[in-house]
Design a protein around this ligand. Structure first.
Ligand SMILES: Nc1ncnc2c1ncn2[C@@H]1O[C@H](COP(=O)(O)OP(=O)(O)OP(=O)(O)O)[C@@H](O)[C@H]1O
Ligand SMILES: [Mg+2]
Length: 250
């Protein structure tokens, strides 16, 4: 496995937000992470992505320990994320946001793209064609992000993460707040990126139609721990998952 996280644990005062969580992901695999509100999904991602330093655990990525590294150091290793709540970065345009991501390309990404210092125009054209157009952002490439509706800001955040050409991509509710058409377009782009670059993807998401149609494997979290893991069909038909997450009587 390219990513192997084990026993990840973090406490906030008396609350154990993530408790002995384990998850792994192979290159080219999209792993769904689902579970009820407050289960610890975002906090787990925050532990892997350097936002939080967990109290215990390991997360090996291609043999390197990720836990405790800064987001910048993680990007250099090819680890990128998107955010559940997208901040509006004031005057930056959609293309600026994508360029921020490209500027953070890890060494492997820069080598692949011939280095982004080559030509600003070539980079802009590349980002527009490979990311903005498929994400329906090409027509607003020069629009300040703060003036755009939520769905477009969310897509721009995904463009930023993808522009870094990550090898490990962590997505926190990429389609939340989007129309189902926007959500399906976003899911198609995520699958397309996986197909093209073979990156490992961990996708936190509540929208079950997107999770079921996008993920190769799904882990279910509740109260800070993993309660089930399996293929989409197995997750959907597991009685405990149905009770805890899908709200069915036990
Ligand atoms: N910085 C923090 N300080 C204190 N408690 C926190 C902090 N971050 C998260 N928590 C707590 O950790 C628990 C898990 O929250 P988290 O946001 O990870 O859940 P989630 O599974 O992402 O939920 P949702 O589906 O609603 O996004 C919650 O009880 C939350 O209140
Ligand atoms: Mg969350």
């Amino acid at each position: 496995m390219a990513l192997t996280a084990q026993n990840v644990t973090i406490r906030f005062g008396g609350v154990v937000a993530v408790n002995g969580m384990a998850l792994d992901a192979a290159p080219g695999e999209i792993v769904g992470l689902i579970g009820p509100n407050g289960a610890g999904k975002t906090t787990f991602v925050n532990c892997i992505c350097g936002t939080y330093r967990p109290n215990a655990g390991t997360a090996l990525w291609l043999g390197r320990e990720l836990l405790g590294l800064s987001p910048h150091a993680l990007l250099k290793l090819g680890v990128a994320r998107t955010f559940q709540n997208v901040a509006s970065l004031h005057d930056l345009t959609v293309l600026d946001i994508a360029k921020l991501g490209a500027a953070a390309r890890g060494d492997a990404g820069s080598a692949r793209s011939g280095g982004f210092f080559g030509s600003e125009k070539a980079l802009e054209a590349e980002l527009t064609e490979t990311l903005l157009r498929p994400l329906y952002l090409a027509d607003v490439a020069h629009t300040p992000i703060q003036t755009l509706p939520y769905g477009r800001r969310k897509a721009a955040d995904l463009a930023r993460a993808l522009a870094a050409q990550p090898q490990l991509l962590l997505l926190d509710e990429p389609v939340a707040g989007l129309t189902s058409q926007e959500g399906m377009a976003m899911a198609a782009v995520i699958r397309g990126v996986r197909d093209r670059f073979g990156c490992a993807v961990i996708m936190v998401e509540h929208k079950m139609d997107v999770v079921m149609s996008t993920c190769d494997r799904i882990a279910v979290m509740a109260a800070g721990s993993k309660i089930f893991e399996g293929l989409p069909d197995a997750v959907q038909s597991d009685p405990e998952v149905r009770r805890v997450y899908l709200g069915e009587p036990g």
